[in-house]
Design a protein around this ligand. Structure first.
Ligand SMILES: [Zn+2]
Ligand SMILES: [Zn+2]
Length: 737
């Protein structure tokens, strides 16, 4: 029989034909020879024999790896769809579903298939040591035995030292279950210090890690990679009495309100799913949001939560993957890769902040997690809930097939500061209001887009701007490290004040980033407790700790990039300041207006009682006006514009990027590619806004099409002809890469 096979790890956008004498399951892994190497392949489907297939040229599948498929047939459909829709390498998409690390916990078993061989099922290594490899091969050939792989044969044991410990039962019950003085010690310690790390417990009680593990296995303790979530506020909806109706369409959009208000709406749905023995997939854009969501779930429902994101160790990830695969019921919360977890009984999918760009994966395999989630919900016939402060533009384009629940936006106290009349990047109004808020004992969030001290360094004499030698990007100045850094490629340079162009000692930092704002604030408010969050300086654990400190009121002022807007409610928040919203607005991008609108809207919803200060040079712009009207108006008008301009969601926007070592060769290549697409609606080619990046010269063009498959097959033909090196393709990217 002939099978279509997708090859693992290979960046190719097609499948290959192989033959095998027996029946194979769709999605199962096989060993094949590809480019004279042994590779893992995934079975897509059986292929029909046709006249133009010469059987002699089709290679044999070497062997079955698992003996069965670990991928649900609906997920095989999903992967095929994602590969087509995002023009992504199909083998790499399968790799997302069965990550290599799960093999570390798998075992191959030998099972008898014939009454002639009355064999107990045993592991492969056991069989070989008992009967030898010769017998194995002979039995396999005769069909007496078969090999079957089981995942989760070994339980992953993640390192526990840094995990946080919690009591799993109330103290009384736990003490009754405890067996010896060591266990009493640990329980007593945790009663007073819930959320201490394993290392802290070991240090303070002298009880060994092994014994603590034992207590976890007995169910006395629960370990988590997230610190304690004491202050998740779950208040009942004030005026909003929206109820999710099961008769409504399966796609439900919840827009407006705070995270908690939206969560309260979703809760009955999660409860339903769990009570009928199903699991819930809960997606968030940033891992920093996970503990908060997990905390709300744990406080509201008696259900296990599983957490999955890039900061976990391999064995931690494997543990969650295996739980999902084995069908353990729970709420699986995680960032975009979680959408590929092989959850056995899926009951509902929730996407929080679906408008966030982090859901789009720009690296191979490219995909938009929100669209994958929608498709998966459709294939599994389960409800999909898109929940956010403002929603995606697309959410409002298909009103017939979705049910929209809008939470009221309470009127807010907002000050618009006209920055044309200001000398400092912290306006007088902002500083004045900050002072008032601090005097009232409340705390302050300041949001800025840029990291570091200042985003560029300029010569005061000749106007020269220090650029990265690899990129067309200004080097930013990091004062605390005394370095110039390129945020695109990571290139660093020692600080100097000598202008390389005119030789004057006149290089001077211009503009401001998080670090400079933090310094200025410390100067203005010397007694305030100030901290800064950006991805440069903060690792995941520190980041969470900062956010929790701020939430508890242990910090007065927090300066950060947009990460601070996500997923938290701050009860003591008195002022939310947008320092440089304009820099976001003037990005050369078809989505920049929407992005600003969504960010402001998110701020507006986040803390209903806080004052919001927006610094802008355009206080009269439409955007600001729309902020306070209903979001329908803004989105409806934007949708009209896109309809007449033939932009998504009314067409597909395909961005084709070429990176080349040589600018003139690159230009010739991309021009010839555009020439071959004559009957398509093409914009470009042009040099990319950041022409030189990481030492490569970049060109791109855009195609607007309503027939995506046709367009991609033309493009595919051309790229196969000229070679794939340096080309990247993005379908409906949230920003032009
Ligand atoms: Zn100069
Ligand atoms: Zn660079």
């Amino acid at each position: 029989m002939i099978y279509e096979i997708a090859i693992s790890k290979i960046p190719l956008r097609k499948s290959f034909l192989y033959q095998y004498s027996g029946e194979l399951e769709s999605g199962e892994r096989v060993l094949v020879s590809f480019n004279s190497r042994d590779c893992v392949g995934y079975v897509l489907c059986q292929s029909e024999l046709s006249d133009n297939i010469d059987l002699r040229e089709i290679k044999e599948i070497k062997e079955r790896i698992d003996g069965l498929s670990f991928v649900n047939p609906r997920d095989v459909e999903l992967i095929k769809w994602v590969a087509r829709r995002f023009y992504s390498p199909i083998g790499q998409l399968f790799d997302m579903m069965i990550p290599a690390f799960v093999d570390d916990y798998a075992k191959t078993m030998v099972e008898s298939t014939s009454e002639l061989i009355p064999l107990e099922s045993m592991s492969l290594s056991e069989f070989i040591s008992k009967y030898g490899e010769k017998t194995l091969k002979m039995y396999l050939k005769k069909g007496y035995i078969k090999l079957r792989r089981i995942f989760a044969a070994k339980q992953p044991r993640p390192r526990v030292g840094n995990l946080y410990l919690f009591l799993n039962k109330n103290l009384e019950e736990a003490i009754l279950t405890a067996k010896n003085p060591d266990e009493y010690d640990v329980l007593n310690y945790l009663f007073a210090n819930e959320g201490a790390t394993v290392n802290q417990v070991v240090e303070s009680t002298g009880v060994t890690v092994k014994k603590i593990r034992k207590m976890m296995d007995k169910g006395l303790l629960r370990a988590s990679d997230m610190p304690s979530i004491q202050s998740a506020l779950i208040e009942k909806n004030r005026e909003n009495q929206l109820i999710i109706d099961d008769n409504e369409p399966e796609k439900k959009v919840i827009s407006g309100g705070t995270v908690e208000e939206r969560f309260n709406l979703i809760l009955p749905l999660i409860k339903n799913a769990i009570e009928s023995g199903c699991s819930v997939l809960y997606l968030v854009p940033l891992s920093s949001q996970i503990p908060y969501i997990a905390g709300m779930v744990q406080k509201s429902l008696d259900v296990r939560t599983y957490v999955y994101h890039g900061n976990l160790s391999k064995s931690q990830k494997a543990l969650v993957w295996i739980s999902a695969y084995k069908g353990e019921t729970g709420v699986y919360i995680g960032t975009r890769n979680t959408v590929f977890l092989p959850i056995k009984k899926l009951g509902a999918i929730v996407v929080e902040n679906d408008e966030d760009e982090s859901y789009y994966q720009f690296e191979e395999p490219v995909f938009d997690c929100v669209e994958v989630a929608q498709k998966r919900a459709f294939l599994y016939d389960v409800p999909l809930i898109l929940s956010s402060a403002s929603g995606r533009l697309d959410d409002f384009s298909d009103l017939e097939n979705s049910c929209i629940l809008k939470l009221q936006t309470s009127s807010r106290n907002v000050i618009l500061v006209d920055m044309k009349k200001q000398n400092s990047f912290l306006s007088d109004q902002l500083v004045e209001n900050m002072r008032k808020v601090l005097n009232d004992g409340k705390n302050i969030l300041l949001l800025t887009r840029r990291k570091g001290y200042s985003p560029f360094v300029r010569c005061l004499v000749c106007g020269y701007t220090v650029l990265c030698p690899n990129c067309d990007v200004a080097m930013s100045f990091h004062k605390s490290e005394n370095l110039y850094k390129c945020h695109q490629c990571g290139y660093v340079e020692q600080v100097s004040d000598i202008c390389p162009k005119c030789g004057a000692h006149a290089l001077y930092p211009k503009g401001f980033g998080t670090e400079r704002i933090e310094r200025l604030i410390k100067y203005n408010f010397p007694s305030a407790r100030v901290a800064r969050i950006d991805r440069d300086t903060t690792n995941f654990r520190e980041l969470l700790n900062r956010l929790f400190e701020f939430q508890k009121g242990e910090l007065d002022i927090l300066v950060g990039t947009r990460i601070i807007l996500h997923g938290f409610t701050y009860p003591k928040l008195g002022l939310l300041g947008f320092v440089d919203i304009d820099s976001l607005l003037f990005q050369p991008d078809y989505n920049s207006k929407i992005r600003v609108y969504q960010q402001l809207r998110q701020g507006l919803q986040m803390a209903p009682n806080a004052l919001m200060v927006i610094q802008t040079a355009e206080p009269d712009s439409d955007l600001i006006k729309y902020l306070f009207s209903s979001e329908y108006c803004f989105y409806q008008e934007e949708l009209e514009r896109r309809k007449s301009g033939n932009y998504p969601p009314y067409s597909f926007l395909v961005q084709v990027v070429l990176e080349s070592d040589n600018p003139s060769i690159g230009w010739d290549l991309i021009s010839s590619c555009v020439d071959s697409l004559r009957d398509e609606e093409v914009l470009g080619p042009v040099e990319h806004a950041v022409f030189k990046l990481k030492g490569k010269y970049r060109f791109h063009f855009l195609i607007k099409t309503r027939e995506l498959d046709d367009t991609l097959s033309k493009l595919d033909g051309k790229l196969n002809e000229i070679g794939w090196k340096g080309w990247r393709v993005f379908i409906n990217p949230p920003h032009l890469w």
